[in-house]
Design a protein around this ligand. Structure first.
Ligand SMILES: Cc1cc2nc3c(=O)[nH]c(=O)nc-3n(C[C@H](O)[C@H](O)[C@H](O)COP(=O)(O)O)c2cc1C
Length: 354
């Protein structure tokens, strides 16, 4: 299957610009999402014996998840689960719908198996996305956890960002199995300022307060809150952010988002501006995971993401201290059956803790 994708389908898709190819793939996903028969067939082709695990109180059928950004509007979760993902993270969603940045805003670099994007949180808005999930894939009827990744609207000033996050959190609390607080996308003006010392602690405290209030109001258990961090922060800042998150009551971190750095081995003059993902960020994200895992004594769960494109790169993340993994760019380069083959290779490994 992977060979068919690489030899036949990818060359055709790569004739189109990257976002057109994504939109075309989404049209196909719209069909599979509506057809349980189609998903059963996909599932047959993708099924492997999985290594299930428990992380932050949730049960995952395997370690591999879909990273945020691929299914921003929660339109295709059932299809992604049928491809073998053990969790799917939808979003980033913002309180109101927004179109994102002008096109073109997504670029491929096949020589490096890399992408650069400056999408800018294009999404249908929290209400529409949560209603879609509630209608077609409601909590309690899922085969695996569904995370919702939340952010701030483009025009919201950074000192009011917290209101956007709390608004999204309130709207999605009843449907999310976990919520990711995304402060690390490089394409929303000033968003990464939330990593700063002046913002981070009260910001995280207020989100935990809002989460407790939601759980009480709806009479449900607290759901895990995760923080998604940037690979471009220095270690001192990461230490402050992650220790604050842990001490305040977050359940884990997702490391890492895309990078604005252009690493030495790249001909970076030819790169567009935006967040770099795929192979070139693998080493950096492993370094960050290793640092955070040691810092927290391997007791604060980390979802490792960034440049996983082979079983070796997946194992490097697990060895660095990640409990779960996510991918995005390798789906573009290796195709929809890559998750199944990666799961198969990882299935002998029982590296789940907490
Ligand atoms: C086109 C594109 C859109 C993305 N959108 C989001 C997003 O909305 N929210 C988010 O937290 N991460 C987003 N990401 C980052 C991914 O979730 C992931 O952290 C990053 O791509 C590194 O993983 P990879 O190397 O496997 O692609 C996006 C990435 C890409 C390539």
């Amino acid at each position: 299957m992977n060979l068919i994708y690489k030899k036949l389908i990818r060359p055709l898709l790569f004739q189109l610009n990257a976002e057109h190819a994504h939109d075309l793939a989404c049209q196909f996903l719209t069909i599979t999402e509506k057809s349980s028969l189609a998903r059963k067939c996909i599932n047959l082709a993708s099924s492997t014996k999985h290594q299930s695990c428990n992380v932050f109180g949730l049960s995952f059928p395997n370690t591999l998840g879909l990273a945020a950004g691929m299914d921003k509007n929660g339109a295709f979760p059932k299809t992604f689960f049928s491809l073998g993902f053990g969790h799917v993270e939808i979003g980033t969603i913002t309180p109101q719908a927004q179109p994102g940045n002008p096109k073109p805003r997504l670029f491929r670099y096949p020589k490096y198996d890399a992408l650069v994007n400056r999408m800018g949180f294009n999404n249908d808005g929290a209400d529409a996305v949560v209603n879609r999930i509630a209608k077609f894939y409601p909590k309690g009827k899922r085969s695996a956890p569904l995370g919702i990744n939340i952010g701030k609207g483009k025009n919201t000033p950074i000192d009011q960002a917290q209101n956007d996050y709390i608004s999204c959190l309130n709207k999605c609390y009843n449907q999310a199995d976990y919520i990711t607080v995304n402060i690390s996308s490089p394409n929303t003006p000033n968003l990464r300022e939330l990593h700063g010392k002046n913002f981070i602690t009260p910001f995280l405290q207020n989100l935990i307060k809002a989460s407790r209030a939601c759980a009480k109001k709806h009479n449900v258990a607290l759901i895990p809150l995760l923080l998604k961090i940037s690979p471009d922060e220095n270690y001192k800042s990461l230490e402050h952010i992650v220790c604050s998150a842990r001490d305040i009551g977050f359940s884990g971190v997702i490391a890492t988002n895309t990078s604005v750095s252009r690493f030495e081995n790249l001909n970076f003059d030819s790169f567009e501006s935006g967040g770099l993902s795929g192979n070139p960020i693998e080493a950096k994200s492993v370094q960050v995971i290793k640092f955070l895992a040691r810092l927290t004594d391997y007791r604060f769960p980390i979802i490792g993401v960034g440049g996983i494109s082979s079983v070796d790169s997946a194992i490097r993340k697990l060895d660095a201290g990640a409990s779960l993994l996510q991918i995005y760019s390798s789906l573009v380069y290796q195709g929809p059956f890559f998750p199944a083959s990666l799961n198969k290779s990882l299935s002998h490994r029982s590296k789940c803790w907490i």
